[in-house]
Design a protein around this ligand. Sequence first.
Ligand code: AMP
Ligand code: MG
Length: 698
Amino acid sequence: MTEFNTYIAVDWSGGNDRGASPKKDAIWIGVAGEDPRYFRNRGLAEAWLNTRISQERDADKRVLAGFDFAFAYPDGFANHLTGSPDPFAVWNWFETHVEDAPDRNNRFDLAAQINVGLPGVGPFWGNALKRDIDHLPRKGLDRRDIPFPEKRAIERRTKGTFSTWQLSGAGAVGSQVIMGLPMLSRLRKAFAAECTVWPFETALAPLTLLEIWPSLWAGEIAKTTKPDDITDARQVQFVAEKMREMDQNGTLGEALFNREDLTSEGWIFGVNPAPATENSESAGKLKNDCFALPQGVHWTPVDDALAHLRSSLRCMVGSQTVPLAQACGRVLSDAAIANRANPPAPNSAVDGYGFSASCLSPGSMTLPLIEGRAAAGQAFQGVVPEGSAIRILTGAVLPDGVDTVVLEEDCEVTETEIRFSAGLKPFSNARKAGEDIKAGELALPAGQVLRPQDIALAAATGLPELQVREKLRVGVLSTGDELTEPEHNVPPSRTFDANRPMLLNVAEKWGYAAVDLGYSADDRETLKQKLDAAAKGCDVILTSGGASAGDEDHVSALLKDAGALNHWRIALKPGRPLALGLWNGVPVFGLPGNPVAAFVCTLVFARPALQVLAGANWTAPTGFTVPAAFNKRKKPGRREYLRARLNDQGHVEVFSSEGSGRISGLSWAEGLVELPDGELQINPGDPVRYIPFGNFGL
Ligand code: AMP
Ligand code: MG
């Protein structure tokens, strides 16, 4: 026995009448087991829904109907608009205030009217009309001091969803919400006692309405979409059939769970209500035992230690929208989808003469030149007659009648005609629209650290702002009774703190917000206070010194007392045990005090770990094989990193001393030679792996 008999999925639209022939971005309605239906405007779609649902009810059929827009706004908005937290009050409000006709509606003015009544600028944005509307910004970044969350809880945890405040732009949903709630409100009233809305109401009435988001099943949908299918049509059909399938296999009941905390903002059907996990946008907590290595292992190989870090860490920061100018070096939190094709129109790849390939003949050719020219930014408005050519410059949009360009160097040109020899292929030197990237295609994947060339791609595809991770705040603390700032008249018993400036600069270079936590004496109380304060303002803490298990190794002792310490005895030179732990939930990397060891451990372990914490992809540094310019006998059982640089012959030489206090060797080096864990005899000319510091991001 199924709960329902008829399953309907609706792709709504906020725009004007789309004309008689089926096209995308209009209204599509899918019914399980039937072909998708196209509606040119909302009035027709609403009338059809009413009739169809009435017929189903007359036949005593139960109907589950999903609509692809938010059924509510972020918390607080309902109260502001209607004086009540009830989402249906918002439905009523829009039902009475929205004016809707096939060729015009008042959604932008209505949004502006709501904005006026609120402090700050916004929250609604995305005026797509030619005329400016006071109080309705065109750009999201022009908003200020918005009194409501940007997204509902369900949107915060579901990657790729849009904010209900955004009224225009590829993928935006805000207009559908404004133009859809009145329809839902009328439908609900028309079927009165027979209708409930999930999850605001928990009973499943003979007509149950719910919110759907077809992108939830984008992968499955893509697999079953044929090249000529209209995606919107395919999506509604898929979701309608998905609802039927879930009802038939008994999983629908579970998907329509009851949760009182969701009865004001609503929920997307099909998203699991369990607490947000790795895929969510919100930052989360690490498990207390996340740094626990397997018991009984004496020395952990570097690769095992890395694999463990990789699997136990996750992103610890939220996301924000930034203009392109501020995006370089940041971590992309959501995949960037091209807003516009590059190039947006076919254009010329060279300076030359354009014409239609249909007039090409096997021999050499003479074509009359028409007046005018096409240049980049100065399109030729007329049509180039077949058999004629026009002057065209690089980057110019191909005029009507032109699909082929001959290089100017290959032509003899007179006032009135051009001549060129045989052999030019049709469509030569013409760039196709979208040949680089099409609108709607993936421009940049989530997790990418944005480089100047990525910014170029975003700009070229019409993305003025990007969704990036908040900067990871990396605290740096030095520990040791001997430490002091570099200054005059310091007794030789004191050591100048070299690790802190080194690590602060490393963090900055990697694009993080470096937080200087100063240095601390080897005193537990002081250290504890420093860590307490640091845990409040940092996402991760790097300490150096005191990380072993000796008397004065207070970092490890403290982390141990807090019950969250793990000593990592890593089979690595240079490097002693790393102390890894959580202090009030914030990961702490206890690095060795020796500057060389601290530096190497930072590059090898902290670098990929920080990438993950910052929301970026885990990456291993790329090295390459070069001949050694040195001799070395290496013992088995541990990985070794040597300070190294290439000589004039392209062979790699290493620093004369391996002493881990030799900071001058770090400064001399331009990279590291990585020697594998096993025993090894290296002679000059033998291949070794060299990793330039640049490949560690420095
Ligand atoms: P530790 O790991 O605390 O036993 O320190 C090992 C060695 O590194 C000792 O010689 C310390 O003086 C030295 N050291 C520790 N921290 C620093 C620092 N911040 N700058 C320079 N040397 C340090
Ligand atoms: Mg010390």
